[in-house]
Design a protein around this ligand. Structure first.
Ligand code: SF4
Length: 354
């Protein structure tokens, strides 16, 4: 693959894709930074992975691979480079490290967390297992390594239903996304319950349930409402609305399609419709717009993930310059977390993720 290292070359590409959305002086500045990063990348023998939620100028200039977190981790597993720079949030960089223990994995900002991953701890999972002994635990990939290590199998937003079905168990613990649990329960015909916060770990309606969820939410996707959808449909009756499964079950039910980020991208590319609206992180809408100039995308974009937003070209340059911030996962945790991730991959339901 030829890596563009000149400011002019990168500027030409960025202005072709983004002239309508990013001011010219900003594109020029970003092209200069991106050229510096690409030179550093060659010098340090590094690979850069860019999540679908990266801001458009970064997304279209420095990554060697773009995609969702699991796709990127699997790309990382194939690399012969010495350093992996993960332009995404910490749980994603950790997953890359879990699957690639011998590589140095860097994340450009230590502040790139995630409300969903932060909603549950390893001790919470141990408590759930004590409360429901023998019930298998499915963990969404948007969790930290110590939480994955406590669980039986991971899932992504597009293979969650297949993973739950593969367990052939009457009851399943499904953590930590409350809305994804609700969406999976609806598709699998299961009744889901959630622990109340007070007193700790008490459950309502204990007699009738097949899924035990957890009250974690993505702070981006929880913001979309059915009212938003109704308002857009009133103005644009022919709009096709796509919702990420981290949106509430009501929002998903009111949309035309629900799927992971990669599934949404492919849906837009393959579908002929007058216009689309994506209910997900707004940088992704911009990135899809740039890649599909012939498709009309409506913008309802007040929702930028504050964690993804921490990853900038400046921080990425400094990560490469200074070899920071190194992702470490203790080996005992890594081995158990890898089992949960690899088990998901083994069942042959590898899907796409946030
Ligand atoms: S978009 Fe939501 S799930 Fe993804 S990193 Fe941000 S807070 Fe976490």
């Amino acid at each position: 693959m030829i890596i563009e290292t000149t400011t002019e070359g990168i500027y030409e590409k960025l202005s072709r894709l983004l002239a309508d959305t990013v001011p010219d002086f900003e594109l020029r500045l970003k092209a200069e930074l991106a050229a510096e990063i690409n030179r550093l990348k060659i010098e340090k023998n590094a690979v850069i992975l860019g999540h679908n939620y990266m801001e458009p100028a970064l997304f279209h200039s420095i990554p060697d691979f773009v995609g969702d977190s699991l796709e990127l981790s699997r790309k990382a597993a194939e690399t012969d480079k010495d350093i992996i720079v993960f332009c995404g949030v910490k749980f994603m960089a950790e997953t890359a490290k879990i699957l690639n223990p011998t590589k140095k994995v860097l994340i450009p900002s230590e502040k790139a967390g995630c409300s969903l991953a932060a909603s549950i701890t390893a001790e919470d999972v141990r408590e759930l297992k004590r409360r429901f002994p023998g019930v298998p635990v499915v963990t969404y990939i948007n969790t930290y390594a110590d939480v994955k290590a406590e669980t039986d199998i991971c899932c992504t937003s597009s293979n969650a239903v297949a993973v739950v079905k593969s367990l052939k168990s009457d009851k399943v613990i499904f953590i930590p996304d409350e809305y994804l649990a609700g969406n999976v329960a609806r598709e699998t015909g299961k009744q889901v319950i959630f622990p109340t916060r007070e007193p700790k770990m008490r459950f309502p309606n204990e007699l009738d349930y097949q899924m035990i969820g957890w009250p974690g939410r993505c702070e981006v996707h929880e913001k979309f409402s059915v009212e938003d959808i109704q308002n857009v449909r009133k103005q644009f009756p022919d709009v096709v609305i796509l919702a990420h499964p981290e949106c509430s079950p009501e929002v998903v039910a009111a949309s035309d399609y629900s799927g992971s980020t990669t599934a949404m991208i492919s849906y837009v590319e393959k579908t002929d419709a007058p216009r689309f609206l994506l209910l997900t992180e707004c940088a992704m809408g911009d990135n899809i717009m740039a890649a599909n100039p012939s498709k009309e995308m409506l913008r309802m974009c007040s929702v930028r993930c504050p964690h993804m937003n921490q990853i900038t070209l400046e921080e990425t340059r400094d990560a490469l310059r200074l070899n920071r911030y190194v992702i470490e996962v203790p080996e005992e945790i890594r081995v158990r977390a890898a089992r949960a991730v690899e088990r998901m991959i083994e069942i042959g339901a590898v899907g796409k993720v946030d």
